[in-house]
Design a protein around this ligand. Structure first.
Ligand SMILES: Cc1ncc(COP(=O)(O)O)c(C=O)c1O
Length: 326
């Protein structure tokens, strides 16, 4: 399929805030490949190296989402996540850099001594409101927004993970960045959780007419649930870009939930091995919640001989390494 120039033009015209906008490096982890006994050519796209607020996929999303908030005249960003949310840290950073206030709704208990993302969110000046469960987060954000509007402020609520069609579109743009750097890989493997990153990659590959297989390794949700959410975001991107229904959402969505283990954020023997192997062979730091489980999925596939030596498999490092200091 040829690239869809009309959709790509609309995608690339979305207003963005220039948080470290340059292309991230693509590295070839030859020592990791050797440690796995060969197999496909491996590449790593280093979004962990984005030079804004310790980087990661959320910076890409916030470039677009914060631009929309600014255009709507917002003076406050409100979002939610776990106590150690990477997305909350990056939202707090975006707010600080744009001179906005930031309110975070975190499910969990206020730590006695804030570490890692929680520490950075505090340093960035975010106000953190704790709720007891994941289900309480969205209503708490709405209540905070209503309170702020009543005070005459202009809050902008960013849903979990900024996995709105607009946030996801940033990852579709990232596919354009990638194909300007290298020949399209046969496979992209990445960590998947709130659906936006995977929807963006799938949409980007589709718009560029690539045959690249995108494998999202789930950090928490069962495959069926997450794949359904990814399709929902794909439909949202179609709406955002004025695409015909099905142009993006009919694409294949592949989610692997075989590496979650006992649950979100709980390490598994395979994720611990992946984390150690990338550090000792490449000085490449993964994070325990997302990227170590995704890399465990990639490693298992290489060991099982599920890729050929002629294939190129790209691991998209979505960041999160701050989580190592929790
Ligand atoms: C480091 C990291 N990788 C991957 C993901 C998954 O991205 P998404 O929520 O868009 O699926 C997240 C966020 O949830 C993350 O923080």
């Amino acid at each position: 399929m040829p690239p869809d120039r009309t959709l790509l033009d609309r995608l690339n015209a979305l207003p963005a805030v220039p948080f470290a906008p340059g292309a991230t490096p693509v590295d070839e982890p030859a020592r990791l490949r050797a440690a796995l006994g060969g197999g496909p050519r491996l590449l790593v796209k280093r979004d962990d190296a984005i030079a804004f607020a310790f980087g990661g996929n959320k910076v890409r999303k916030l470039r677009l989402v914060a631009a929309r908030a600014q255009a709507e005249g917002a003076d406050t960003l409100i979002t939610c996540g776990g106590v150690q949310s990477n997305h909350a840290r990056v939202t707090a950073a975006a707010a600080a850099a744009l001179g906005m206030r930031c309110l975070l709704v975190a499910n969990g208990v206020a730590p006695d001594r804030a570490t890692a993302n929680a520490l950075l969110a505090r340093l960035l000046g975010a106000k953190i409101h704790y709720v007891s469960s994941r289900a309480d987060r969205a209503p708490a954000m709405e209540a905070l927004a209503a309170e702020r509007i009543a005070r005459g402020e202009r809050p902008y609520v960013i849903p979990l993970g900024a996995s709105t069609p607009l946030g996801a579109a940033a990852l579709a743009q990232a596919i354009g960045e990638l194909v300007a750097q290298i020949d399209p890989p046969d496979v992209i493997v990445h960590a998947s959780s709130s659906a936006g990153t995977q929807a963006g990659f799938v949409a980007g590959c589709r718009m560029h007419g690539l045959r690249t297989q995108v494998i999202g390794v789930s950090a928490d949700e069962p495959s069926m649930v997450l794949a359904g959410e990814v399709r929902g975001v794909l439909r949202g991107i179609e709406g955002l870009l004025g695409a015909s229904p099905g142009v993006l959402a009919d694409a294949r969505v592949e989610v692997d939930d075989g590496f979650v283990g006992d649950g979100y954020g709980i390490p598994t023997p395979a994720s611990e091995e992946a984390l150690r192997l990338c550090a000792t062979t490449e000085a490449l730091f993964l994070d325990p919640t997302y990227t170590a489980k995704a890399m465990a999925g990639l490693i298992a596939r290489v060991r099982d001989g599920r890729f050929t030596a002629a294939q190129t498999v790209l691991f998209w490092h979505t960041g999160g390494q701050v989580g190592l200091f929790a």
